[in-house]
Design a protein. Structure first.
Length: 400
């Protein structure tokens, strides 16, 4: 049994575009309409209106934290036009979390941007960093009392998504949209590596946001990095290090000066002399085609602790796409054992937030279900799964 840090956070994570519905002014909404193979988010889980019910489910299960996001496209639907009503909406969400005894972990950017920002050149545009800084200045006042703020979710996956979105601007673009969390079959995984130039720009934007937040709030500030938990085949150690740099370490180095770093882990992959090995075809693979690897969380935490020099860690996402909730419980239980071992070995971990609270819109697809709670997409009725209560009981025990 591993003892946990006092005030350890136990909860679940979501992202605005995946659950709120009708994110009409965002770039992703626009792409949904024009990219072949993409399903639409539509009303999503209607959490824009039902957030209290969602938070109540977490609190009733015995969890003490909720990670959710603020949607830039709602706050600033046109450049410089700030919606006071939307600021008030997100402040109400923060206050609802406080009222229900949930520590909010608030994400300011989770893949989606206002459409105007994308049309102005997006993250590679000349004004990108200034635009993001201004948005963060706009939301800083509603963050009063919030202890944990994530400037940006998975800049490394965002760097891939930007590349894919650009490819789709070309009408001759072959193929169909693929969610970055979906792994294609084939001789080599077909996701491109994150674009280093975009990555450097995102580091700059993150650090600009952090400066604003440190000046204007009392929050601990960090960002979250998708971790691929690479493991080298004999002789492929250098390959692994090179791949780790573009996939993760560039972004983990961007955490220098932060107050914490978010670890997001789902699976693990081998690296051989030819690069990343595809996930082996196996009946145990998840609904997004990745290998069932609960040990990935331990690998991810150890790697992050090493590269960041021991920065406090929050597990901001960990979970499994499955239609079988007993598999979710088994996966999560095993992942927590690996987490417990990493903590016992000295990793400074402050919380575990499961992905995800709800079955939601998985970036172009509805089929992969990651939720602790099922959602009826017509009535929006929430149906908690046994895994929600299982996680609550684990939290109450206070040890791993
Ligand atoms: C992560 C994303 C999150 C969700 C999970 C499954 O890459 O941050 O929005 O898609 O994967």
């Amino acid at each position: 049994m591993t003892e946990l840090a006092p005030g350890f956070l136990w909860g679940a994570s979501t992202a605005p575009h995946q659950i709120e519905g009708n994110n009409l002014n965002s770039d992703f909404w626009a792409n949904e309409g024009r990219v072949p193979g993409m399903e639409r988010s539509g009303d999503a889980c209607d959490s824009y209106h039902r957030y209290r019910e969602d938070m109540q489910l977490l609190a009733d299960a015995g969890l003490n934290s909720y990670r959710f996001g603020i949607e830039w496209a709602r706050i600033e639907p046109l450049p410089g036009l700030v919606s006071r009503a939307e600021l008030a909406h997100y402040r109400r969400m923060i206050e609802t979390a406080f009222e229900l005894g949930l520590t909010p972990v608030v994400t300011l950017h989770h893949f989606t941007s206002p459409l105007w920002f994308a049309e102005e050149g997006g993250w590679l545009g000349d004004r990108a960093v200034d635009r993001f800084r201004t948005y963060v200045e706009t939301v800083a006042p509603i963050l009063e009392g919030v202890e944990w703020v994530v400037t940006m979710n998975e800049p490394n996956m965002l760097a891939i998504m930007i590349g894919m979105a650009r490819a789709f601007q070309n009408p001759q673009a072959a193929g169909e949209w693929q969610s970055p969390t979906l792994d294609n079959e084939g001789p080599r995984p077909q996701l491109p590596a994150p674009d280093v130039v975009i990555g450097q720009r995102l580091v700059e934007a993150h650090q600009a946001a952090r400066t604003v937040l440190h000046e204007r709030t009392d929050a601990k500030v960090g960002w979250t990095v998708a971790n691929r938990a690479f493991v080298a085949r004999p002789g492929a150690e250098n390959n692994k290090r090179d791949l780790e740099y573009v996939w993760e370490d560039l972004y983990l180095a961007g955490s220098r000066g932060d107050d914490f770093v978010g670890v997001q882990s789902y699976s693990s992959q081998w690296v051989d002399l030819d690069g990343i090995e595809p996930h082996p075809q196996h009946p145990d693979n998840t609904l997004v085609g990745t290998a069932y690897r609960p040990d990935a969380l331990g690998i991810a935490v150890r790697h992050t602790a090493e590269v960041t020099g021991g920065l406090p860690i929050l597990i901001t996402e960990n979970g499994i796409a499955t239609g079988d909730d007993t598999r979710r419980i088994a996966y999560t239980g095993e992942a927590l054992e690996h987490l417990g071992k990493a903590i016992a070995d000295g990793a400074d971990v402050r919380g575990y937030l499961h992905w995800s609270l709800l079955d939601n819109y998985e970036w172009g697809h509805w089929a992969p279900t990651f939720g602790l709670v099922e959602v009826d997409r017509e009535t929006f009725e929430r149906r908690p799964k046994p895994s929600l209560y299982w996680l609550g009981e684990t939290a109450r025990r206070g040890r791993i």
